[in-house]
Design a protein around this ligand. Structure first.
Ligand code: AMP
Length: 545
């Protein structure tokens, strides 16, 4: 008779419940804080957080929230939002973070598609949803959170603190499977209807472990983490979950944070780790230069969501002594895919060589398989030159969109997710995102990477922001047009940009023209919105046409 050999370890589910219960015991004295405009930071301890989260879970159960029910949030970053992050999934519900910057029409589609049962909304943003309240038939209850000192709660609505005060805390948590849904987020895609991504407990558990590794963001108990990335954008890159797991001091940026608020918190609270999209760091850099804020307490700034220009990374290292960690990910990947760290033997490389690595988005995280394929689906070599669609798979990569059979073409027959990003991977494994498939410019049969040209333009000392888009051209089909925002107080002539680019670019990749614009439009999560620019310049007539 054969003696059992396989599967002799416990079947312990990888759920967020483990993180919460461990955190409750280990980190009780640590601090969580939220920025409240015009007031000192609101501070309390992890012990307070745990007690309130257990009351909130009791309140949700009393309101009839059952396993699998969607608990939506419509809120800025705050400790209350964090309480919802944990109470909903731990009691068996599904946290659904709604993007407060979307239009009422998009929000109506998303809430109805997700079938949300309850919405927890900050008072300052509730008016956006109020107008469509009667078009949300699945929503049984709205709870209003007072996010500013002056906030008032409309008559007839439940107020968050009152709800908590009256609630009986839960005394334990239901047993969950690791494949149970924990959270839900809709893509902020610029084409078609938003698509729902449902995170399992297992995906988030493994993602948090990976994110805290020294070779990734290295988030640990002795960090002070500032959450700038909205908690409705890919769960603030999942960092609030990782933060609770490791017991870091965490600060939430509160309602509508401006660059000066960010500088003030970093300086006063001695923040060691934070992250945001490049547009935030461009603005913060300007302010540090003009107002002299001290951000040197930061050990790492995670930067991603769109390409982090080389000159920006260099400026932070040289002017402020702060290292940026360039990362790439997607809502569909919980969201982390790659993080840039130099390998030990690269420390001796020249500065130029090192920044050539840093400008890439890093190598695939443990847990993420990556490949690039051509149009025919053939895998391409990791040679730093071959360019193809980036495809990924792994335990925290979406396996199917929620209730969306039409999106089946985003998955390959052999089990990979098609990211829609075009990339190269070099022999060291570092990925370079060339473009979104739809942002690539094809001029006379040659591909031009808008990201490359933007990076070059943004290293010009007089440039604040730049976006390069394709405009139709009768001869070349498409040509690049550069839309450039000068730094405040400078005057910039288009010829200065073209003269600056000419020695660095192949002739066919040089933009034909430069449009000086007041601002580059941004998407709801702060990325350059090229769709709006393409629309604005669709009738642009090239000079030589
Ligand atoms: P989202 O789901 O809103 O986070 O958007 C994901 C998309 O953002 C990716 O598919 C990329 O196109 C883009 N993206 C994220 N990080 C980077 C990065 N570091 N460099 C360039 N593009 C990025």
């Amino acid at each position: 008779m054969s003696v059992p050999l396989d599967d002799l370890m416990m079947h312990y589910p990888l759920t967020l419940t483990h993180f919460f219960e461990r955190s409750r015991r280990l980190w009780a004295k640590k601090t969580l804080a939220t920025r409240v405009p015009g007031q000192p930071l609101h501070r309390y301890t992890y012990a307070d957080f745990a007690a309130r989260t257990m009351r909130l879970a009791g309140a949700l159960a009393a309101l009839g929230i059952r396993k699998g029910d969607r608990v939506a949030t419509f809120a800025w970053n705050s400790h209350r939002h964090l309480e919802l992050y944990w109470a909903a999934p731990l009691m068996g519900g599904v946290l659904h973070t709604l993007n407060i910057r979307l239009s009422p029409q998009d929000l109506t589609f998303i809430v109805n598609h997700a079938g949300d049962s309850i919405i927890f909304a900050d008072a300052s943003v509730w008016p956006v949803l109020a107008g469509v309240r009667d078009q949300l038939p699945t929503v049984r209850r709205i709870v209003i959170m007072r996010d500013t000192h002056e906030a008032t709660v409309p008559a007839g609505f439940t107020e968050y603190e009152a709800l908590l005060k009256d609630a009986a805390p839960v005394t334990g948590w239901p047993a969950l499977d690791e494949t149970d849904a924990a959270g839900m987020c809709y893509t902020s895609g610029t084409t078609g209807n938003p698509k729902g991504v449902v995170y399992t407990h297992r995906a988030m558990f493994l993602h948090c472990l990976a994110q805290s590794m020294a070779d990734q963001f290295g988030i640990s108990e002795d960090d002070t983490v500032l959450h700038i990335v909205p908690m409705f954008h890919a769960n603030s890159w999942c960092i609030p979950f990782t933060g609770v797991m490791v017991g870091a001091t965490q600060i939430f940026a509160g309602p509508n944070p401006q660059p000066r608020d960010i500088c003030e918190i970093i300086q006063n609270e001695k923040v060691t780790f934070t992250g945001a999209v490049p547009t935030v760091w461009i603005a913060v850099k300007e302010l540090c230069e003009t107002e002299g804020w001290d951000i040197s307490s930061l050990r790492t700034i995670a930067i991603g969501g769109s390409a982090a220009p080389k000159h920006l990374q260099m400026a932070y290292a040289k002017q402020f002594g702060v290292r940026m960690s360039h990362a790439w990910g997607m809502t569909e990947m919980t969201p982390l895919g790659t993080v840039t760290r130099l390998k030990s033997y690269m420390q001796d490389w020249s500065e130029e060589q090192q920044y050539d690595v840093r400008v890439r988005v890093g190598y695939p995280s443990v847990g993420v398989d990556a490949r690039i394929v051509d149009d025919a689906g053939t895998e391409l070599p990791w040679d730093g030159v071959s360019m193809g669609e980036l495809q990924v798979r792994g335990p925290w990569v979406v396996g199917a969109y929620y209730n969306n059979p039409e999106a089946a073409d985003r998955f390959t027959r052999d089990g990979w997710f098609r990211t829609g990003d075009v990339a190269t991977i070099d022999a060291e494994g570092y990925v370079q995102i060339t473009d979104r498939t739809k942002d690539l410019i094809k001029s006379g049969g040659e591909w031009i990477s808008s990201v490359d040209v933007e990076n070059m333009i943004m290293s010009h000392p007089k440039v604040l922001e730049a976006a390069v888009i394709a405009v139709p051209h009768p001869k070349w089909v498409e040509r690049p047009l550069a839309c450039v925002v000068p730094k405040p107080g400078t005057t910039l002539a288009p010829a200065e940009i073209l003269d600056f680019l000419r020695p660095q670019l192949a002739k066919w990749a040089l933009p034909d023209e430069v449009a000086i614009v007041e601002a580059v439009p941004k998407t709801s999560v702060g990325k350059f919105d090229k769709k709006v620019l393409r629309e604005r310049f669709k009738d642009w007539t090239p000079k030589d046409a």
